[in-house]
Design a protein around this ligand. Sequence first.
Ligand code: F6R
Length: 616
Amino acid sequence: MCGIIGYIGKHIAKDILLEGLRRMEYRGYDSTGIATWEESRFSLIRSAGPLDALEEKVSREKLFGTAGIGHTRWATHGGVTERNAHPHRSSDGKIILVHNGVVENFAAIREFLCARGYTSSSETDSEVLANLIAYHYAKESHRVQCSRFLESVRRALFHVRGTYGLVVLCADFPTEMVGARSSSPLILGIGKDEYFLASDVAGFVSRTRDVIFLNDNELVHVHGDDFSIISLNREQIKAVRQAVDWDLSTVELNGYKHFMLKEIFDQPNALNNAMRGRFSADGSTAHFGGLQMSPRELRKIDRVIFCGCGTAWCACLEAEYLIERFARIPVEVEYASEFRYRNAPMDRNSLVLVVSQSGETLDTLAAMREAQRKGFRVLAITNGIGSSIAREADGGIYQHAGPEIGVASTKAFTSQLCLAAMLALYLGRLRDLSFEDGVAIAEALRQLPQQVLEVLKLNDHIRRIASRYQHCHDMLFLGRQSMFPIALEGALKLKEVSYIHAEGYASAEMKHGPIALITEECPAFFLACDGITLEKTFSNMHEIRARGAPIIAVVTDDCQIPAALVDDIIAIPRAHPSVQPILAAIPVQLFAYHMGTLRGHNVDKPRNLAKSVTVE
Ligand code: F6R
């Protein structure tokens, strides 16, 4: 939610900032802006709308400054206007900043500052931060110069309730930069004679992979050729430098038209990465290095509570089917945002598992903290290396799916399903799952990337099908058992990237209400790959057929489906039930992708969405 970047070095800042914003545009794309230090003043350029508009404006200016900040916005407070775009400058002109997060007490701070002569020119909560820092900066005038800027930011943040990732510049110290974080990510990139601060490594990965992930309540001060990190309480922090192992191609399109398509096609690779090194030598179980729980401790667990949001929540629901079936442990699935406030009674032997691609989703992070506050152990499945969730979890499993840039989650989803199947295998083998059944699941997982490649070959077929339905206004996605979460995910994906109204249901539920929607105008998309309930699914298809709606069905290639029952068939390889949902997920992703592009939408940046939702 919003991407921020700061640069100090020896190169022209504007180019570096614009490139960084381009790579972080997935975080928000309502409006953009940069500010650079040009000899004796800040030059501020902002624009409502996408980055192209800002680039056009910047190209008309002569900007040679080597220090600057930039922002790409997902609006929270205040409409999408140039005035509300970041960076924001204090009314005395001393402080300029970019902010990702929400200042909950901004109205009170604004009133306080207004009474002291600081004025606002936008409707944002972020502008009050610039004024608040300027206010403390003015109060700190007695201080030795070198600590005055940093100290004013530190003091200001004491009064802030809410979340922030911040990069701040000060007109009196144009070769310095201060960053701070609380519940919104901020990463320091250390290059050769240059420093970066950004919400995501993607913002500077073309220039350095040497990074420090800041923790909550830490401030970083880049000054001259050095930097220091302190806590809000002014303790010095000894930070750990890490090298990220991304290569640039993972954040570039590499010939694909959209990141969403690139990431759909990257799934065999992402699945291989999720599984690499995680099978036992005898091939009958999985193991994970980072769970921080012994087999003995895991055997004592008598309930697992999964929490996530959106697509990650759909992955949690699939995990319920898999873990209950193969490990025979009761599972509950919660929306992270509901779990946090619901105060659900939980017994001592419950294990909480949160699932989050980014590792920064605030609702999921808050649910995790709430469970930890109550003394529960929380494990995380996340793709966000060094993310807040990864760092605060008591243990967990990294997805290693590589960066996911398309706002609609695809490869992260199937990688989460793969890890859920592996976890079911591992927990099952700690209980009653036999050696033979374990080997069958492990073998099915190993075959999976190859089978995914087979499904991807259906891309053109699925595009042709999509072209026949591109003008519809409503669609139902239906599936039973382990296909039900995929139906939910299919409906979510379609809504997100094509703006067609879609609902996902357990197939049999359809006749308890949603069947009233069925007309010739409302196609049904069936996920009909669950062997046990196939006949029943056929009956559900008949019920829809009788009411004249077109049917698209994803079936396994050995399925004897009566031809008259469906209009369009997508046949995917038959696989073990532990991995069949993963194969079924790919046609719904491709279908949504083509529906979105055929309707002329930018599927990588769907309307109103942002990749990482760091507000509640
Ligand atoms: C949908 C989508 C969102 C995310 C949700 C959680 O395509 O991407 O629904 O799944 O915002 O995000 P993470 O997984 O980063 O916690």
